[in-house]
Structures are given as C-alpha cells and as structure tokens.
Design a protein around this ligand. Sequence first.
Ligand code: ADP
Ligand code: MG
Length: 725
Amino acid sequence: MSSARQDAIAAVTNYKANGQSLNFRETPSGTLFASNVFNDKVMKDRLPKSAYRALQRTLRYSEKLDGSVADAVATAMKDWAIEKGATHYAHVFYPLTGLTAEKHDSFLSPTEDGSALAEFSGKELIQGEPDASSFPSGGIRATFEARGYTAWDPMSPAYILENPNGTTLCIPTAFCSWTGEALDKKTPVLRSMQALNKQAQRILKLFGHHQASPVTATAGPEQEYFLIDRNFYFSRPDLIATGRTLYGAKPPKGQEFEDHYFGAIPERVLACMLETERELYKLGVPVKTRHNEVAPAQYEVAPVFENANVATDHQQLIMLTLQRVAQKYGMACLLHEKPFAGINGSGKHVNWSMGCSVGNLLEPGDNPHENAQFLVFCAAVIRAVHRHSDLLRVTVAFSGNDHRLGANEAPPAIISIFLGDQLTDVFSQLEKGGATSSKQAGTLTIGVDTLPPLPKHAGDRNRTSPFAFTGNKFEFRAVGSSQSIAGPLVALNTIVAESLDYIATALEKAIGGDSTKLNAAVQKVVQDIIKEHKAIIFNGDNYTAEWHHEATKRALPNLKNTIEALPALIAPKNVALFAKYGVLSEREVHSRYDIYMERYCKDINTESQAALNIAKTMILPAAYRYQGELASTAASLKAATGGSVHMGTLETVTKLVADLEKNIASLEVAIGQHGSTDLMAEARHFEHDVIPAMNAVREVADKLEGIVADDLWPLPTYREMLFIK
Ligand code: ADP
Ligand code: MG
C-alpha cells in the first residue's frame, strides 16, 4: 500500500492538538481584531493632526495627497511596523493572474559611516517599481518597456504579515504600466466604484438626498473550499500541478447521504479554522460564518460585508490564509472549483449592494417613499443584468468554472434573476400601471398610495439561481471558488452605473426641476424597464430542462463554457460601456481578453501534460504489474491443475490495458498538435481535441482503479482523500 496513504491515516488517527494551542480566553478575539492593521485609529493616534486631516480628505473626497502628508504617513507607518517587528515593507498588488503578488524591500539604507538607518519615505509609500515583465499584460507592455508601477491605495489599509522569523509591512497597491494602463484587478474596481457613485448620487439627489456620503459598492463573498490531508495532496501530482484530480473513481459513498452539510466539524479541521480566523482577525478581516459544506471534506467561510475594494483585498487574504494555516495542521486547502469529479464543486457567492449615509440602497424599507427609491435602484439592477448578462457571464469564465456552471450543483451558464414572489408581484403590478393589488390591499402607484412593506427576507431561499435578490442585496452565485472577486464586482458596478445613468437622465428630463412630478416619472420609468427587461426574471428551478428551453425563447444568452463566453468581453457594446464610464479603455479590455484566452490554453495544456504523465508513469505501470500478477497466477494454476484456466479478470485487465495504451497514444497526438497562432483557434483545439482525449484516458484509468489490486494502486483514492480526516 502506498506510504502516503498509511502516513495520512497515521496523521489522522494520531492527531493531537499541538503544544501551542490558541487561547482566546487570554486574548479575546475582540482584542485581536485589526491589531495588525494600520487603520483609522492608529493613524489618529500617530499622525500629526494636520496630516491626519489631509489624509481623511483624500479618503473621503478623493483629494490629491500632498507630498509632505505622504512623508508623515510613511514615517508613522514605518515606526508602527518596526514596533511590530517588521524588517521589510511590501507593495502588494493583484496582477491579472488573479493571484496576489508582493515585492519586499528592506527599510534599511546604508549610511556614509558604514552603518544603516531604517527609512521609509512618502515617495516609497506612494509608488513602487516592480519589474512588470513577468506578469501578464496582454500586449500592453512591450518587453523592452518592462517597467510597471505600483501605486498606494490609501482606501485599503496597510497591515502586518507575520512570520515566525519576522514581520512585513504590507501596502495594498494598484499596478499599472508606465503608460498608466491597468495591469491589475484593483484599478478597475476603484474606477468602477467611482462611476457607480457618480450615477447613484444623481438618483439620490432626485429623492432629496443632497448631502449623501459617497455611495460605495459593498461586497460579502462566501468562500467554499476543501481540506484534505497533506500526505494525500503530495502523492497526487495532478493536485499539485493543476489543483484538481485528473483521475479517481467515484467512492462507494459520496455525498448522497446528505450528511455533511452543517454537520459536526472534525476536530483537526475546526482547530485549523480557529487559527485561520484568528490570523484573519488580526488582519482586520471580519470573518463571521463557518460551516461544513455539501460535499465530504468541503467547508465554507464568510465575512461580514465591506466596501467592495477592501472586501476584494480581504478576500485575497482569506484565500492565502486558508492555504497557509492548513499546512500547519497537516492539511492542504483546495480552492479549485472542481477538485473531485462527481462530487460538488466549490463556488464563491458574491453578495453585492450599494450603500452610503442614506443606508443600504437595496433595503426595501417600509414606507412608500423609501420603497420608490428602492424600486428605482432595484429596477436599475434588473435592467443592467438583462442588458449585460453576457458580461457577467464573462467574469466567471475560466477553465476551473467550466466544470461547475451548468453541472446541476451550481447555477447554469444562463444568467437570470431570482426576485422572489412578492417583489415579482410588486413589479408586475407596476408594469400594469399601478393596478389595484389583489394580493395586498392598496394601489401600487409609486409614492401616491401605499406600497406594501416589503419583507427583508423574501420568502423562499431559491438555491438554483445565478443571481438572486436575498432581502437587501443581490447574490451572484456563479463566481468560482479560486477567483478574485474583482472581475465580477467591476462588471456589476459598471453595468449598474450605466443603468442608473439612464434612469437619472430619464427622470431629470421628465421632472425638469419640478419635484412634484417625481412619483409619476418614477412610475413611468420603472414600468418601462419592467416591460422591456422582465425576461431576465425567473423564480423557478434553474436546473430544469424546461428552463433552458424557456430561456432560449426569451433570448437569454447561454454561453456554455469559457470559449463561448470570453468573446463577449470584446463585443463592441461592452468595450463601449467600459470606455464610457472610464473603467477600462479599449486597449485594456482587449489585453484582458488575450490574457484570459491564453490562460485557458495554459490551464488545459498543463492538465493534459499532467494527465499524460500520470497515465504513462503511474497508472499504466500499475496495470501492467497487476496484469503480470494475474498472468502468472493463471500460469501456476494451469500447471497445477493441468486443465484449461479461465480468468475473467485477466481478460478484463488486458482489454483495459489495451484501451489505455490506445487512449494515451491519442492524447499524445492531440497534445502534439496546435491550433495556430490565432488565440481562438488554439483555445478551440484544446476544447475540441485535447479535453476529450484527456477524458478518454481518464475513463479507462478510473475503470482500472476499480479492478487493480489496491496495494498496487499508486494514487490516493477519492474514498481516502475525502473521508480520512
Ligand atoms: P445568507 O446568504 O445565508 O442569507 P447573510 O444574509 O448573512 O446569509 O449574508 C451572506 C453574506 O452576504 C455575508 O457575507 C454578508 O456579509 C453579505 N451581505 C449582507 N448584507 C450585505 C450588503 N448590504 N452588501 C453586500 N453584502 C452583504
Ligand atoms: Mg448566501
């Protein structure tokens, strides 16, 4: 039996909480929270009053930061960090790989007398200059112009990252080329939030809110993940190379007993969660909820929502921390969307809303006036999603998510909105022009008569919709578990900004400064929107074939996989949208398209190489060995009995070995071919030739797994990885 399997079993059976267990009695989580964050409180304590005030103006009203203020902030940050044991500072940025990148620099500068001084200037705080040549740029950065710049994002607080051997001051930054074009995920988040604020303010003014604070997009992402023993992880070359298993027969027991969801959390896993949360508390990440998920060995963690920019950075920290802490507990955290075939995959529900001093703008509230304002914002989202469902689909299109979307466990690739019965009813009455409601007493003409108070928790909890209204926010459920949430948020912010712009323009025109005309104008605009865009609303079961049929009739796009979805990114209407709201220039959009297409090819290429290698060097040899064993048993039997021997297993194995050899050869041929230099042709080649060839090898290999002697099988099995914990 492979030693990894024995080691894993020993690790689990001998698990003891390690010596330095955490003590929340001595250090309550409240004390820990944000203890490693250079937040408002720390700044207030440490900055000269004038510098603090200037920085606040920058944060609140986007005023340009003066150089002397930056120097003051840098000095305070450095002193604070050094007190916390920091030797280095790092500009942290978010390249288009979707990962987190960091470049570390020491605080020390040599002095003339041969010693060294800890220094950190405003200039170093504000701007860094990592070599950009090794990050994807999609043609924006010519290789001779390798310079890239990181620019401090004062909106996302700096923090201390601990390591047993010292700490590092981490500064969230945007990352761009020397021409100022975005090479990262953060820049468009910031730009799209600005666009959203601008348009939302116009609506708020119409409703009499002239002094509202900036409207921010808010986000609360729910992260699903798997934890398996590290011994298993390291004996699976496929997990190491690609994040998912490329082989593995279905275990005798899967998730059919529905006994895992919200089940008791195993001790080692809970210990790991507690430490993960403790680390995240220190970084000021407000993680709140934890539980078992549907699949065996699958879990979820969710924070309280925050402003979308900070939530995006925090979400990256959540993924890093989950992986880092899991190691300490002898486990590996799998963030891939589909680590195990036939078992539920992982997603990341992104809850989204808009908020400001007026409140949560998607909160229905309970008086008619608030309702009218809510209905405008809600209608804006409905219109936005209907007009740009292709764009939302693009933001969740990549190879990992292709295994999930439409696979009857995650929402289908068709984007639609779940509103719930009551809200749907309200909108359909408004559509009819404020007809008397039979469901609720009262007439539904906005603001004139009484709208029924809308419930915070709209009735049922539909789980199959990709985009659901859940009481006071929308939940985008098609996002993949390994993804940065930046892309989906950028799309949402931008498409809703466009709708708010449209509505504000219509209302401003209809009212012409006479606020008594507001209600009638709102009624008309919302009515028109519902008439035109109600096709996007669907409250039924999104998994059924009838819905797919119905969606076709409604002309809703069904972009089944990455390759079908990605071209929508560069559709003229979407390029124009991003350009109009200053979120991404045409060149930036096209560069992203190239990067994501290339990424798809690289993903499938890596998977196919790993699949081939494992088939040739692990699975086929195991099959040969077993075949040899069977053959010699047959020969001995024949010699002993003298008669003819029939051995069915030998025949089956021989047939499977022949199939495996044949399929391996076909995979090798497919890998050897190439589409062409055209990205789309290359991607299609991977989709049409390589993936089916890979699947064919897997099919035979998984059959062999069910027949080859267990002690000869070289890979930890699903049964072991999912249930030994
Ligand atoms: P459920 O999904 O079970 O209904 P919750 O209502 O607690 O759970 O919310 C789930 C997630 O939605 C949490 O991460 C939460 O922070 C987030 N959320 C709640 N309100 C908002 C909001 N206004 N904007 C963005 N996210 C929100
Ligand atoms: Mg939820």
